[in-house]
Design a protein around this ligand. Structure first.
Ligand SMILES: NC(=O)c1ccc[n+]([C@@H]2O[C@H](COP(=O)([O-])OP(=O)(O)OC[C@H]3O[C@@H](n4cnc5c(N)ncnc54)[C@H](OP(=O)(O)O)[C@@H]3O)[C@@H](O)[C@H]2O)c1
Length: 325
């Protein structure tokens, strides 16, 4: 038997329960990983609340973890029992002592990267990889706006963008978060709960505005984000921390300067083993060079996943959060 967090109905953190389930053997093409650390991500909250539907209930939760390969299904040749590995993509069920998942979603860790760092960096770091290097291949010299710059994804993004020679204007909700984002390499910060974001971006850029806006806050920031772009700039809407963006009139993109908009996801980029491995190699390289260091600002026992999620949803976390089985 192994312990896992599951939910039988959608709702608040109280629907999460710690249960004992039978250990399952991996089917052909699958692998069983003994988790050493599990990543906490905002997407876990979307599944718990039902914003994103789980394939069935009761359901496990979580898609990110790192640990050691314990068993291999038939036909898996790129991994071996005992390998230290990490993963960031479904199926749901990473909040557990063990997780069985398709081997194609699992990558081997280099010596230099420990399992806690991997669990804290895999989903968020692969996301930053595709956002900065693929969705808009930044060359250096651009100015970008990044909302929630002191959060998990934001903390990695500030550091990686700085290493690419990109100036990041980061939005945050407190002076402490501003200081943290600036330590991580943000060129400037704006408190979007108090300041006029568009005016501040205009001042900071001398009127030029931003090449790209990365917006994971969603509903509350959508229109402000569009106003922070230069003509023909790119709006990357990649999350819904304040609720999803709905009812968009495409004409607004014309009115605000022939803007581009995309709504990407990690699964749309790391969609084959080859692409996942190339993206992970890029992430591991910035970690090994020290361009990016992962700030594990919160650690919770697996059994306290509900409290961890409350803290994340309540804007009380910074950097990455991991659960320890
Ligand atoms: N599309 C993808 O591929 C992909 C992949 C990974 C993550 N994401 C998205 O990226 C975002 C960041 O994920 P994360 O796990 O690293 O979380 P996080 O940034 O550590 O936490 C979310 C942050 O959003 C800000 N926020 C603004 N309005 C909020 C509200 N109404 N409720 C809660 N938070 C609010 C808060 O920062 P302030 O207090 O500074 O405002 C909060 O700390 C999430 O929206 C997530 O869904 C998308």
């Amino acid at each position: 038997m192994v312990k896992r967090i599951q939910f039988a109905r959608t709702g608040g953190p109280e629907v999460l329960e710690l249960v004992d389930v039978a250990t399952t053997d991996p089917a052909p093409g699958e692998v069983r990983v003994r988790n050493r650390a599990v990543g906490l991500n905002f997407i876990d909250i979307y599944f718990r609340t039902g914003l994103y539907p789980a394939p069935g209930l009761p359901s496990g939760l979580g898609t990110e973890g790192a640990g050691v390969v314990e068993a291999l299904g038939e036909g898996v040749s790129h991994l071996a029992v005992g390998d230290r590995v990490a993963y960031a993509q479904g199926p749901l069920g990473a909040y557990a002592e063990c997780h069985v998942l398709p081997a194609d979603k699992v990558v081997r860790l280099p010596e230099a990267i420990d399992t806690e760092t991997a669990a804290a960096a895999m989903l968020k770091g692969l996301t930053v990889q595709y956002l900065l290097r693929q969705t808009y291949p930044l060359q250096g010299g651009e100015i970008i706006l990044w909302h929630a710059a002191a959060g998990g994804v934001g903390s990695i993004a500030c550091q990686w963008a700085r290493a690419l020679g990109v100036r990041v204007i980061g939005t945050v909700s407190s002076p402490e978060k501003a200081a943290r984002a600036e330590r991580n390499g943000a060129w400037a910060t704006i408190d979007y709960t108090r300041e006029d974001v568009v005016e501040r971006v205009r001042e900071l850029t001398g009127g030029a505005m931003c090449d790209v806006v990365y917006d994971s806050v969603g509903k509350d920031t959508w229109e402000t984000s569009l106003d922070c772009l230069k003509k023909r700039g790119l709006m990357v809407s990649f999350g819904n921390a304040s609720g999803p963006v709905e009812g968009v009139n495409l004409g607004i993109l014309n009115q605000k300067g022939s803007l581009f908009v995309t709504r990407p996801s990690l699964n749309g980029y790391a969609d084959t083993r080859e692409r996942l491995e190339a993206m992970a190699a890029d992430l591991f390289a910035v970690l090994e060079r020290g361009d990016v260091s992962v700030d594990i600002a919160q650690r919770y026992p697996l059994a306290e996943a509900d409290e961890a999620q409350e803290a994340l949803a309540g804007r009380r976390t910074t950097g990455s959060t991991i659960l320890i089985p």
